[in-house]
Design a protein around this ligand. Structure first.
Ligand code: 5GP
Length: 195
């Protein structure tokens, strides 16, 4: 059966575990194509260009903005991140499902341009838990952790733009819920080309 490609957008506050969920989801879900973002952030140890991100300098990133090559882009803390437009549009046109894992500013831009996407908001069980995760992953300074926690409260204001809320209390539970969302969306009549 021919069907349209579905755009799934996973988003939520920094440190909520989106990255871990994304990896687990890709391992266990068939036919989900991850969009690789461009970023000006330097690669972390073990990160591979073209696999984790397309790493580039500010000049190249700005050039891509000028060329309208991004579906969305945003400054997340001190770095720029963007979703290359071509990959997403080509896959959807070919009936392939695409997954974006992006911050909230980016998700709101995508919602404007592609409102038929499926927008999933990942939220921490509580702010204490988020603070604990940010401290224990050891990538952020005290100031940055405080900024992220303040941003998290603010970000909740955008919850109405999303279709689903998944609280990431335990990774297995959250994964089960996202998988159920994907299965249900794939069964929706409007997503199937029946005529
Ligand atoms: P990290 O640098 O830890 O990999 O990601 C930092 C933040 O940037 C995360 O919240 C992640 O979801 C977000 N991010 C990654 N790629 C993109 C993108 O293409 N666009 C936007 N708007 N945010 C992104």
């Amino acid at each position: 059966m021919n069907r349209k490609g579905i755009l799934f957008v996973i988003s939520g506050p920094s440190g909520v575990g989106k990255g871990t969920l994304k990896k687990a989801l890709l391992d266990q879900t068939k036919d989900l194509n991850l969009s690789i973002s461009a970023t000006t952030r330097p690669a972390r140890p073990g990160e591979v260009h073209g696999q984790h991100y397309f790493f580039m300098d500010q000049a190249k990133f700005r050039e891509m903005i000028e060329e309208d090559a991004f579906l969305e882009w945003a400054q997340v803390y001190s770095n720029l991140y963007g979703t290359p437009r071509g990959f997403v549009l080509n896959h959807l046109q070919q009936g392939r499902d695409v997954l974006l894992e992006i911050d909230i500013q980016g998700a709101l831009q995508v919602k404007e341009k592609m409102p038929s996407g499926v927008f999933i908001f990942i939220y921490p069980p509580n702010l204490e838990e988020l603070a604990f995760r940010l401290v224990s992953r050891g990538q952020d300074s005290q100031d940055s952790i405080e900024a992220r926690l303040a941003a998290c409260e603010n970000e909740l204001k955008h919850i109405d733009y999303y279709d689903y809320l998944v609280v990431n209390d335990k990774i297995d539970h959250a994964l089960q819920k996202i998988t159920a969302i994907i299965i249900a969306e794939r069964c929706k009549i409007k997503n199937l080309n029946m005529r």
